[in-house]
Write a protein that binds this ligand. Structure first.
Ligand code: NAD
Ligand code: GLY
Length: 372
């Protein structure tokens, strides 16, 4: 097992990464206010891991209830949030009940927001079971739900007390979901860690085979980067944390424009990162060879290298309803160099349009398409 700390001045917390951690009550117990937990999970993860976690807890005298939600991004809604609140109230849970999120990023964000809002906030533990959740969403305290108008528009910051990433749970993860997580891993190399990008270049095939050593090293390095960024800018106010959104402005438009769930989040981030790379090259910040290197990494990871052709106007409309718009200007995370992302609101409109048009852009498909 490897352990990192998210060094927040108020309440630092550990991230444990290793195989078989769902059996380790000794890692969980010190972070419970009372021996009482509510496990939030979904209909896919529950049959795989819920019973095991509940046995681990009950063997140590911890009372647990389970809230099993329907699976999918389409259920990251206020209805699911209310379902969690209703269950907690029906079972008379109290301020010292700890909510455990057992699942991927959807469950982590939903359960996290429920924990942030139930009785004005109860303790939270993240137990991520997808690669994407282990390398990104379980760390850093962003929680929330989608709104019909856009993704993650309702939410709050609510840091967990512990992140327990059992890498053995990834054995059951479908390949498409695994690849989606790899997109977020590549992201850290691109935005701030060139040595890690070089390491990924050398180890990508082993990572895709889920070689245990390479996989745990990749998760560790990704979490180290995420933890450092979160410690520097917990509430995304200085621009440092915003760099984690490389590819996300385009990516969120892809997700919303094709209907949530058609493109997985990581797939949309991969294609969105290539659009951001294209735009960065048009601004003469990175070279065609840099762009080709990013495209090659995405391709080797089995990720989509072309975004759907939604039309320039529709992309701009979707991007304009993103959270990252300020004073009507779309904020892009672009690459000054490989390993160095920057935040800008000054991308020329004609360059953005060129990137998004199938005639001029390199990474736009000719028809709307799903990567499945
Ligand atoms: P997800 O939660 O939908 O999980 C993907 C699929 O894998 C689901 O069907 C799930 O049930 C299944 N699954 C989970 N664990 C499994 C396992 N071990 N074996 C088999 N199947 C398993 O998707 P995701 O990619 O984990 O997360 C995406 C979500 O995360 C999006 O809603 C995104 O907005 C959010 N996100 C949040 C942050 C943040 O900082 N809070 C960061 C990135 C992404
Ligand atoms: N996934 C972006 C963030 O946590 O800030």
């Amino acid at each position: 097992m490897k352990t990192l700390t998210v060094n927040l001045s108020g309440a630092p917390y550990p991230i444990h990464i290793g195989s078989g951690l769902l059996d380790r009550a000794d890692l969980i117990l010190p972070h419970l206010a009372q021996p009482d937990v509510a496990i939030v999970t979904n209909t896919t993860v529950a049959p795989l891991y819920l019973d095991r976690l509940q046995r681990t807890l009950s063997a140590s005298g911890v009372r647990s209830m389970a809230i099993v939600l329907p699976d999918g991004e389409a259920h990251k809604t206020r209805e699911s949030l209310h379902q969690i609140h209703d269950a907690l109230l029906a079972q008379r849970r109290e301020r010292n009940t700890t909510v455990i999120a057992l699942g991927g990023g959807v469950i982590g964000d939903l359960a996290g927001f429920a924990a942030a809002t139930f009785l004005r906030g109860v303790p939270l533990i993240q137990m991520p079971t997808t690669l994407l959740a282990q390398v990104d969403s379980s760390v850093g305290g962003k929680t929330g739900i989608n709104h019909p108008v856009g993704k993650n528009l309702i939410g709050s910051f609510h840091q967990p007390r512990l992140v327990l990433a059992d890498t053995a749970t990834l054995d059951t993860l479908p390949v498409r979901e695994f690849r989606s997580g790899v997109a977020e891993i590549i992201k850290y190399g691109l935005i701030r860690d060139l040595p890690f990008l070089d390491w990924l270049d050398q180890h990508l095939e082993a990572l895709m085979r889920r070689d245990p050593d390479v996989l745990s090293q990749a998760i560790l390095e990704a979490c180290r980067n995420k933890a450092e960024v979160v410690a520097l800018d917990e509430f995304e106010t200085t621009g440092v944390r915003a760099l984690l959104n490389l590819g996300h402005t385009f990516g969120h438009a892809i997700e919303a424009g094709t209907g949530y769930g058609t493109w997985l989040h990581g797939e949309a981030v991969a294609a969105g990162t290539l659009l951001a790379a294209d735009l960065s090259e048009r601004l003469h910040w990175i070279t065609p060879a840099d762009v080709a290197r990013i495209a090659s990494l995405m391709h080797r990871a089995g990720l989509p290298c072309r975004a759907p052709n939604l039309g320039v106007a529709r992309y701009l409309e979707l991007m304009a309803s993103d959270k990252k718009v300020e004073a009507g200007k779309i904020r892009f995370v672009l690459l000054k160099a490989l390993g160095q992302a920057i935040l800008t609101r000054e991308a020329p409109a004609e360059s953005v349009a060129a990137v998004l048009s199938p005639e001029n852009g390199r990474f736009i498909g000719s028809i709307p398409e799903s990567p499945a």
